[in-house]
Design a protein around this ligand. Structure first.
Ligand SMILES: Nc1ncnc2c1ncn2[C@@H]1O[C@H](COP(=O)(O)OP(=O)(O)OP(=O)(O)O)[C@@H](O)[C@H]1O
Ligand SMILES: [Mg+2]
Length: 251
């Protein structure tokens, strides 16, 4: 498994204007994430986690700083090219699910695969497998309005994983799930990293998820406070990560 840098950002600054005041939500943030790693971003509500993920993934242009994703200077691309980049390389699991209200679970997942160029039959086959993995085999034909919050979240997760993206962004992926289902999901995220070499960037409040992280980054008030690899994380360049009890060590 390669542990090369998948995405790196330097000097990210983002301000929002509300009324007459500007608030600086990201303050000169440097960030990187590697293929094969689950990188968790933790921090209090309002600390800038979702804003960071949006800047890294081409959804929100930073005021200053740059992002190199899969070797490309992301923010030098025109908007259409950024969309294409996201389609080709990124998976998203976001707060709010972003599901299409008119599509059933199977079509939510299959549609993205068809955009990627798979045949209708192959897209449906892969979509069924992905939905089975998140425990939704019995919900294939249901639309978002007919699903629980946790079921919708799992459809969004299946949709992101089915693409086998090299960059996987997850923002509170387990927030609507019970502990057991949450664990299934984090294991799937881990598999995306370990088997497909994805760089998984996962925002969470949930300390239980730290056990699945290779690296934990704490952010507070728009600044990175700490950045540590976990003891069970594979050292850079090692072939076989050995799972063990998580304990934080300085990166
Ligand atoms: N479009 C916007 N306009 C103005 N302020 C914004 C906007 N988006 C975010 N903010 C502010 O920026 C700060 C950081 O927001 P962000 O969504 O990144 O926080 P977060 O760390 O993801 O929090 P949470 O854990 O609650 O999701 C917040 O104080 C928020 O109110
Ligand atoms: Mg957020």
């Amino acid at each position: 498994m390669s542990h090369q840098t998948a995405i790196a950002a330097t000097g990210l600054t983002k301000r929002f204007k509300t009324g007459r005041t500007h608030i600086e939500v990201l303050k000169n943030v440097d960030f990187d994430a590697r293929h094969g790693d689950v990188t968790m971003v933790m921090g209090p509500s309002g600390s800038g986690k979702s804003t960071l993920v949006a800047c890294l993934s081409g959804l929100l242009k930073p005021d200053q700083g740059g992002v190199t994703a899969m070797g490309h200077d992301l923010w030098s691309y025109r908007p259409g090219k950024i969309d294409r980049f996201r389609l080709d390389h990124c998976g998203f699991i976001f707060q709010g699910f972003n599901l299409f209200s008119s599509l059933n679970a199977l079509d939510q997942v299959a549609l993205i695969l068809k955009y990627k160029g798979l045949s209708r039959a192959e897209a449906r086959r892969r979509a069924e497998i992905a939905l089975d993995e998140v425990g939704l085999t019995h919900r294939l034909r249901q639309r978002p309005s007919e699903m629980s919050g946790g079921e919708k979240q799992r459809v969004a997760i299946a949709r992101a994983l089915a693409k086998e993206p090299q960059l996987l962004f997850a923002d509170e992926p387990t927030s609507a799930l019970d502990g057991e289902t949450g664990q299934v999901i984090v294991k799937l995220l881990q598999r995306a990293a370990k088997q497909h070499g994805a760089a998984v960037i996962c925002v969470t409040h949930d300390p239980r998820l730290e056990a699945y992280a290779d690296r934990v980054i704490h952010i507070e008030d728009g600044r990175i406070l700490s950045d540590a690899r976990t003891a069970h994380a594979a050292p850079v360049g090692s072939a076989n990560p050995v799972p063990a009890q998580p304990a934080l060590i300085e990166a």
